[in-house]
Ligand binder design. Structure first.
Ligand code: ZN
Length: 178
């Protein structure tokens, strides 16, 4: 059991594309356990490899009483029907903005033992899967904001970089951070 260091906005690893996992070993099982610990400690409801500096296509999630890991995730279906809801990110503490996502999606991949999995998700769980899969492609939720909100978010982030305000972990909304 270990809590890993979370990488924050501005760290170039968050903009890199993660690599597919080809061999499933005990290292991946341990990594999944550590990523779950890290996500719960933060606290958050999703965490992707690059957020802890691991460039493997892997994420963990926990929504209500369900949790798990998805390795080499592939969103094979996404509904045309969209839903806009507030979203945050453990790598961008303190920022919460409405993001439009598919209301439903189906994800395929592997579990931490390398066995195939397929999950049909709706609502917040579908949102988490889309957010985490984005992380593996170097995409952050602020990239998906409406243009005026994106400008505001970037202004806030550059203010933080200049030390005008310090990002605080555990702000309001962080329970839903991904
Ligand atoms: Zn995130």
């Amino acid at each position: 059991m270990a809590v890993l260091a979370i990488r924050f906005f501005g760290d170039p690893v968050l903009r890199e594309r993660a690599r597919p996992v080809e061999k499933f070993t005990d290292l991946h099982r341990r990594l999944v356990a550590d990523m779950l610990d890290t996500m719960r400690e933060a606290p958050g409801v999703g965490l992707a490899g690059p957020q802890v500096g691991v460039m493997d296509r892997i994420f963990v999630w926990e929504v209500e009483d369900e949790y798990g890991a998805v390795i080499n995730p592939d969103i094979v279906e996404a509904s045309q029907e969209m839903q806009t809801d507030e979203e945050g990110c453990l790598s961008i503490p303190g920022l919460v903005y409405p993001v439009e996502r598919s209301l439903r999606c189906t994800i395929e991949g592997r579990d931490s033992d390398g066995l195939p999995l397929r999950i049909e998700a709706e609502g917040f769980k579908a949102r988490v899967f889309q957010h985490e899969t984005d992380h593996l492609n170097g995409v952050l939720f602020i990239d998906r904001l409406a243009p005026e909100l994106r400008k505001e978010a970037l202004r806030t982030l550059s203010g933080q970089a200049l030390g005008l305000s310090v990002p605080q972990r555990g702000n309001a909304g962080s329970q839903d951070a991904l």
